[in-house]
Design a binder for this molecule. Structure first.
Ligand code: ADP
Length: 359
């Protein structure tokens, strides 16, 4: 059975001289061998939370447990160097004058030379750089250097690995590929890891569990599927994927709930709240770009306001006659001009609603 390895409970971190908390009552857990990712806009508190887990910031309230032991609370602060946590940062700062094997062996001074060599060989194999042990950092690509940094962090067998935006200095194309590779490496090493990123694709490529942060608060901690299909807050709904909110009215039909929207009625949903959840069933419904289908035969027309080419598809921003906006992913062979009116309909499997707000 997997055990809870990292347990963050109601954690608050407040910097001196600041009125608001950088991390505000964050709670989440990570099982042994799992990879967690914290995602959110710049300034939301991701790095502060990671640094608190590392022991580089103090908890002003709440607690952090590692393998059942409290390492941070207002009363307890286990120093960073005693936590057996490895870290990989954005500027991975390899030692330029040391070759790859010396860089990787740097934290292994306590081992005998033969053991150290063996451990270095094992982690370099793990990251696919066994052939590079005698090269110097400047002879490696950015992606290879980052894998050396990962090997260096894994070499002393940390109990937990923390990674803060490790790919942000790399090309976008390389980033997602490396994210998949790093996931494979961490899984092969059986490592438990916590990542910070602001990039959704990266988060989805790496994480078993993903936490969305906003203004110091962890808004939701869950699997990617749930963040997308069952967002807990409006912020999560808007942050993950592309979409907009539209006014809607839920009504109980004879055998199922119908959702009335400016785009027509939604039927045949897999999941939908009951009308009694809102006064008169009035609420806002999330319409994602994937939920909006371009259909020339549809009675509802919308005008293309903006379009962005995404390779296999366009992301259209559309305006309905009612003035409401929606977004739609449309296969890129349907290349319509900005200003054109096209037919659309909504096809929503998981209906996500929130209390009504002025649009
Ligand atoms: P993120 O990693 O999501 O960009 P941070 O954790 O770096 O966010 O920052 C969260 C908040 O804490 C921000 O308002 C930031 O200005 C503030 N902050 C970060 N580091 C410090 C610091 N050393 N002293 C004071 N405030 C800080």
């Amino acid at each position: 059975m997997k055990t809870m390895f990292l347990d963050v409970s109601q954690l608050c971190v407040q910097y001196a001289g600041r009125t608001s908390r950088a991390v505000d009552q964050a709670s989440f857990q990570l099982q042994t061998g799992d990879i967690g990712v914290l995602i959110g806009p710049s300034g939301c508190g991701k790095t502060t939370l990671l640094r608190a887990v590392a022991g580089l910031e103090r908890a002003s309230a709440g607690s952090i447990r590692l393998a059942g032991e409290i390492v941070s609370s207002p009363q307890v602060h286990l120093p960073a160097e005693s936590r057996r946590i490895g870290m990989v940062f954005q500027d991975y700062a390899l030692f330029p004058h040391l070759d790859v094997s010396r860089n990787v062996g740097f934290g292994l001074a306590h081992l005998k030379a033969a053991e150290r060599q063996e451990r270095v060989r094992r982690v370099l194999e793990l990251v696919g750089l066994a052939q590079a042990e005698h090269l110097h950092p400047h002879q490696l690509s950015g992606g290879q250097q980052q894998r050396v940094a990962l090997a260096r962090a894994l070499a002393p067998r940390p109990r937990l690995l923390l990674l803060d935006e490790p790919f942000s200095n790399l090309d976008v194309d390389l980033r997602e590929r490396l994210a998949h590779e790093v996931r494979g490496i961490l899984k092969a090493a059986g490592a438990t890891a916590l990542f910070v990123t602001h990039d959704q694709l990266e988060a989805f490529a790496i994480g078993d569990r993903i936490g969305v942060m906003h203004e110091g608060r962890l808004q939701q901690w869950g699997e990617a599927y749930d963040l997308y299909h069952r967002p807990a807050t409006r912020f999560v709904a808007e942050f993950i994927g592309h979409g907009v909110f539209a006014h809607a009215r839920l009504e109980q039909g004879p055998d199922k709930v119908v959702v009335h929207t400016a785009l027509g009625d939604l039927n045949d949903m897999q999941e939908c709240p009951l009308p009694s959840a809102y006064p008169q069933g009035l609420c806002d419904v999330l319409l994602r770009a994937d939920d909006i289908v371009h259909d020339d035969a549809a009675p509802v027309k919308a005008q293309i306001v903006r379009k962005a080419f995404r390779g296999s598809e366009f992301l259209y921003t559309l305006k309905l006659q009612s003035g409401e906006s929606v977004m739609a992913h449309v296969p890129s062979h349907h290349d319509h001009a900005v200003g054109e009116w096209i037919g659309i309909r909504a096809q929503v499997d998981h209906v996500v609603t929130f209390p009504r707000q002025a649009l």
